[in-house]
Design a protein around this ligand. Sequence first.
Ligand code: COA
Length: 250
Amino acid sequence: MSGGAGYETLLVEERDDRVVVTLNRPRARNAINAAMVEELHAVCAGLERRPRLLLLTGAEGVFAAGADIQELLERGREEALAGINSRLFDRVARLSMPTVAAVDGYALGGGAELAYACDVRLAGESAVFGNPEPGLGILAAAGACWRLAELAGVSVAKQVLLGGRRLDAAEALRLGLVAEVVPDGELLGRAHRLLDRMARSAPGALRLTKLVLDARGPHPLADDLAQAILFESEEKRDRMRAFLDKGASS
Ligand code: COA
């Protein structure tokens, strides 16, 4: 799956240390349809086989305007219970290496939920987050009802989900929902620099840190077990020796 070949709804660029995925249905404002869900599962499968960093963004100045409303209209109880989007976004959230969403323009409905499922969000100045699902007679069932509360607090989540509040880039920054706001034209470059920094860390340490960070509740045992694995790694010894040797030679 290199260079986006074979994808109808995504542009996929494979690099040694990262995969860059661009949601690419600009005529439907990158709305997430069944084909995109399937293709994002394929990307996840590739990242599960060979863990790398993931950078997720949207084509033509929009992240994603939600699940595809044309398809939602036809979906019933069975499709809801199948958790079409929630299972995908959970899979993205559980990817072992860090994930970054570079959001410019609209991240609405399922688009916002996909961004919430990533580890870090960077915003272009035009970014707008919102969950207008109740306006369409449904609820935001793919993570917003709990992930947004975790990320920005219950009060903000209720304003967004019940009050229809949209968060622009500056508000998202103030609430800690995004790490940084940059001019739209600089968004991808900035995101790659963040991934460059992540890529300089020991991959095993990143993976175990993410695993422990995402564990629920206090978990000193998990932290100790993860550390026990890392303390025995050659990579830790090399990195610490390099640090100490640098100190000795200066
Ligand atoms: N599902 C399916 N199609 C969508 C879509 C969605 N979530 N969002 C946008 N589109 C389509 C529109 O139907 C339109 O199609 P058309 O050109 O065939 O008429 C096209 O994308 C462009 O949308 P438009 O509304 O004209 O663009 P805009 O730039 O004026 O507005 C939005 C952009 C995102 C504000 C607006 O499209 C919107 O509100 N979308 C729905 C958001 C939403 O409710 N998401 C939650 C879904 S659960």
